[in-house]
Design a protein around this ligand. Structure first.
Ligand code: EPU
Length: 430
C-alpha cells in the first residue's frame, strides 16, 4: 500500500492560492548558515521533506536546528545554531537522498578547510555532473579525492581566483560563491547563474557581511572577508510553485490569484501563458491568471534564467497536450526530463520526442488513468493533466511531488480541485 493522489478531472479552478519560500533557495540558505558561528534564523520556510533532510544533515554536522512549521500552507521558521567548528563529514545516506545537499561543500571547505560529501543522489532527470563545482573550488585552492563514494575535499586556506563557468550552473555558482566569501582576496565568477534563488543567497551573504558585486548579473565579484555573522533572512517566494499554480489555472480554464508570487521572476512563463490565451495581471501581491477558452499551443525552449525554466517544462507539456495546435518543446538542461511523456501518454496525450525536442499535438480531451511520478516536476505535470482528464487519474510515487510542493493537496483543493491523498496498492508493482 502507498499514498497516492486521486484526481478527478473537470473542475474549473478559481479563487486564491498561496506561495511560500522556494525549496531551491532555502536549502542553500541553510547551507550558507554554516559560514557563520552562532544562530541564523530563516523565515518563510516551506514545510517539505527536503528541508527536514537538510536540517538533519546540519545536525549531524554539529548544528542545533529547530524547525517551527505551523501549517504547510504558511511559511515556517528555522533556527540554525552553528558551532565554532562544525564537523566536515556529511552523512552518506542523507546526501544520497537529496542532491541539493552537495551545497554544503563550498561552506564547509571555507569554514573548516575540509569536506567529505557523498556523491549525491536526487532526481532521475539526467547525469547531473559536478565537474564545474570541483573545477571552480580547485581554482580557489581546494583539492579533491574520491574515496569510497565520498568526495573528499581539503584546503589549507582558500584564495581568490578567476572562474569562467562553461555553463551557468546553479549549483556550481552557489558552491563557488559560498567558498569565495571567506577566501583571501578577490574571486570573479563569469557566466554565473542568476536565478532569483542565487540573488536570494547573495542577499543573505551580504547581510552576513560578505562583499559581493554584480548580484543578479552573470559576473559575480567577491572580495573575501575574515568572518561572517549570523542573520535573520526571509526566503524568496517559490517561482516554480507559483508557475505551477498559474498553469493549473490556465489548463482548467480557471481564474486564480497566486498570492505571494513575484511576477517578474516568471516573466517568460507568464508571457507564454498570455500567448496561450490567458489574461495575466501582475501586481505587488502576486498575479492573477484567467483563461476563458481552450489554450493555444505554445513553443517552449528551456534555458538558464532569465530563460524559460526547465522546472516548468513538464507543466507546459501538460498544458500543450490539450491545447489547440502543435507545440515544439526544447529541453536544454536535463535530457531525461522527457521520460515523463510516457506517463502522460497513458492519459492519451500525443507527444513524440527526439533527443531534446518534444512535439506535442494538442488533443481535445485526455482520459484519466493510473500514472507514476518520476520526479517533482513530472509529478506536478501529471497532476495538472489529471485536472482536465475525463474521469479519475491516480498518481503514484507522490513522495517526489511532496518534496517540492508544501500542502500540495490542500492548496489545490482550496481553489476547487477534486484531488485527495489516499492509500492504495500500486498496479505498477510486480
Ligand atoms: N552540470 C554539469 N556539471 C556541473 C554542474 C551542472 O554538467 O558541474 C549540468 C547538469 O548535469 C545539468 C545542467 O548542468 O544538465 C544544469 O545543472 P545546474 O547545476 O544548473 O542545476 P542544479 O544546481 O543541479 C538546480 C535546481 C534544479 C533546477 C536547476 C536548473 C536545486 C536544488 N535544484 O539544479 O531544480 O532544475 O537548478 O534551474 O536548486 C527541481 O526543483 O525540480 C530541480 C531539479
Amino acid at each position: 500500500m502507498q499514498q497516492v493522489f486521486r484526481v478527478t478531472g473537470g473542475n474549473r479552478l478559481s479563487g486564491e492560492i498561496g506561495v511560500v519560500g522556494a525549496k531551491n533557495s532555502v536549502l542553500k540558505l541553510m547551507a550558507a548558515a554554516l559560514l557563520a558561528e552562532g544562530r541564523t534564523t530563516i523565515t518563510n520556510v516551506p514545510d517539505i521533506l527536503d528541508v527536514s533532510i537538510m536540517a538533519e544533515l546540519l545536525r549531524r554536522l554539529g548544528c542545533d536546528v529547530t524547525h517551527d512549521a505551523p501549517s504547510s500552507l504558511k511559511g515556517g521558521t528555522l533556527t540554525i545554531d552553528v558551532p565554532e567548528v562544525p564537523s566536515h563529514q556529511a552523512d552518506y545516506d542523507l546526501v544520497r537522498r537529496m542532491r541539493a545537499s552537495i551545497c554544503v561543500l563550498g561552506p564547509l571547505i571555507a569554514r573548516v578547510g575540509a569536506a567529505d560529501v557523498a556523491l549525491p543522489g536526487g532526481d532521475a532527470i539526467g547525469s547531473r555532473g559536478l565537474d564545474m563545482h570541483i573545477a571552480g573550488l580547485q581554482k580557489l585552492g581546494a583539492t579533491f579525492d574520491n574515496e569510497h563514494g565520498f568526495l573528499v575535499a581539503k584546503a589549507q586556506s582558500l584564495h581568490g581566483g578567476q572562474i569562467w563557468l562553461d555553463f551557468p550552473s546553479v549549483g556550481a555558482t552557489e558552491n563557488i560563491l559560498m567558498a569565495a566569501v571567506l577566501a583571501r582576496g578577490r574571486t570573479v565568477i563569469d557566466n554565473a547563474a542568476r536565478e532569483p534563488e542565487i540573488v536570494d543567497i547573495c542577499q543573505m551573504l551580504v547581510e552576513m557581511g560578505a562583499q559581493i558585486d554584480g548580484v543578479g548579473t552573470s559576473t559575480l565579484t567577491i572580495e573575501g572577508v575574515d568572518e561572517l555573522h549570523p542573520v535573520e533572512h526571509r526566503t524568496v517566494p517559490d517561482r516554480i510553485v507559483a508557475g505551477t499554480w498559474a498553469v493549473a489555472a490556465a489548463i482548467t480554464g480557471g481564474d486564480v490569484f497566486v498570492r505571494g508570487a513575484i511576477g517578474r521572476h516568471l516573466e517568460m512563463a507568464l508571457d507564454k501563458l498570455a500567448s496561450a490565451g490567458a489574461v495575466v495581471n501582475v501586481d505587488d501581491d502576486g498575479f492573477r491568471v484567467r483563461m476563458e477558452d481552450r489554450p493555444r499551443a505554445v513553443d517552449i525552449v528551456t534555458l538558464p534564467y532569465p530563460g524559460f525554466p526547465t522546472d516548468l517544462q513538464p507543466q507546459f507539456i501538460a498544458l500543450n497536450s490539450i491545447a489547440d495546435g502543435t507545440a515544439m518543446i526544447t529541453e536544454n538542461l536535463f535530457e531525461a526530463r522527457f521520460r515523463f511523456v510516457n506517463e502522460l501518454a497513458r492519459l492519451g496525450a500525443d507527444v513524440r520526442t527526439d533527443g531534446h525536442h518534444a512535439l506535442v499535438r494538442g488533443r481535445l480531451a485526455l482520459s484519466g488513468a493510473p500514472v507514476e511520478a518520476a520526479d517533482i516536476r513530472a509529478g506536478a505535470g501529471l497532476v495538472l493533466a489529471g485536472l482536465v482528464a475525463q474521469g479519475r487519474t491516480t498518481v503514484y510515487e507522490i513522495h517526489h511531488i511532496e518534496r517540492g510542493y508544501p500542502g500540495f493537496v490542500q492548496n489545490l483543493r482550496g481553489i476547487g480541485a477534486d484531488i485527495e491523498r489516499v492509500e492504495q496498492p500500486s498496479p505498477f508493482d510486480d
